[in-house]
Design a binder for this molecule. Structure first.
Ligand code: AMP
Ligand code: FES
Ligand code: ZN
Ligand code: ZN
Length: 319
């Protein structure tokens, strides 16, 4: 297989784009695609104050690298969730994020959940009896809360995440299986800050396949955490990714067209907000100031009330 641009030996064949490229042309092609996505969806400009949520994985670290190459200045945020799973998952991912930030002289904010809130995500999960003791839903809730809070409190114009096309297609697949209109209408490359207390969220890798991101990280020599979160095994999102991969293997481009057709349908008004949203029933959490559909505390703050209640009853039990 030869590079379509220069005829040298190709390192990657992207069947969905009918495009094979050598190392040097592939490493130029990825940032070009990201730049086109940033412009197409009017994500941000070089004057914006940008915050990237960095997990220590290939997507977010590669995105940081790409944005630097494109001349954007971006600060990072790493959230220490306290997940060990026998592989020191959080500690190791933190290390990868730190190494990248140090090497490129970048600002990395670090929020450690145990230090800030007294418990790790797995501890909180057990204490609050959530998610059948699988920490994923508490983890998602915590990450969203902390990212939004820091982006808002430090005045960033946009909060960036490393979600790639495979992530987005899998989330979309899950949402269409249950037809949650209110989730569907809010899924996309840009989530505007359309409620008080909400940061603007953008996903510059939403059109890039996971396989392309893995190749990019490898070919750029970016060290990243290779193991998956120990709690991801058996998760629905991985199952959905596997189904979509089967589809893609038979029909190259299926994932991209699933996602892009959805964006067209959404733009054409196929989905509508929930009745509550239409009625403007968005409240502000009395504890943290973030928007919520509940009348008093948001789901994150409620979790701590629940945790305190459990603590009280456990202490009483001990008496
Ligand atoms: P995931 O939800 O693990 O698929 O990650 C999706 C995106 O969320 C990543 O590309 C990061 O931008 C962000 N992210 C995930 N975990 C963390 C973390 N511990 N700290 C900061 N950002 C994270
Ligand atoms: Fe959050 Fe696995 S439980 S990353
Ligand atoms: Zn080439
Ligand atoms: Zn709150």
């Amino acid at each position: 297989m030869r590079c379509l641009k220069c005829g040298e030996k190709a390192v990657i064949n992207m069947r969905q784009h009918k495009l094979a490229l050598c190392k040097s042309h592939f490493l130029d092609w990825v940032p070009e695609q990201v730049e086109r996505t940033i412009k197409r969806y009017r994500m941000f400009t070089r004057h914006d104050h940008l915050l990237l949520a960095v997990s220590g994985g290939k997507d977010s670290l590669s995105l940081w690298d790409i944005l630097l190459r494109l001349g954007y200045s971006v600060d990072g945020l790493y959230i220490g969730l306290g997940i060990d799973g026998g592989v020191k998952y959080s500690a190791n991912s933190h290390e990868f994020a730190l190494v990248f930030a140090k090497e490129h002289n970048l600002l990395l904010h670090v929020k450690d959940i145990k230090a800030e809130y007294g418990e790790t995500v797995p501890e909180l999960t057990i204490r609050t009896h959530r998610g059948r003791y699988k920490p994923c839903s508490v983890c998602g809730l915590t990450k969203r809360h902390v990212m939004n809070q820091l982006a808002r409190s430090q005045g960033y114009n946009a909060l960036l995440t490393g979600h790639n096309l495979d992530d987005e297609a899998a989330i979309l697949f899950g949402n269409t299986l249950s037809w949650v209109g209110s989730y569907l209408i809010r899924q996309g490359p840009v989530l505007e800050a359309d409620r008080p207390g909400l940061a603007r969220k953008v996903k510059p890798l939403c059109r890039i396949y996971e396989r392309e991101m893995a190749a990019y990280a490898l070919l750029r020599g970016i060290p990243y955490i290779q193991v998956e979160c120990p709690h991801a095994e058996g998760s629905t999102s991985i199952y959905h990714k596997e189904i979509l991969n089967k589809l893609e293997a038979d029909r190259p481009g299926a994932k991209l067209s699933f996602y892009l057709s959805f964006l067209h349908a959404r733009r054409d008004g196929l989905f509508s907000p929930s009745a509550d949203e239409r009625a403007g029933m968005v409240h502000i959490c009395s504890n943290c100031g973030q928007p919520t559909s509940a009348p008093e505390l948001c789901a994150f703050c409620r979790m701590f009330v629940a945790a305190e209640e459990h603590l009280d009853s456990n202490q009483l039990d001990g008496l």
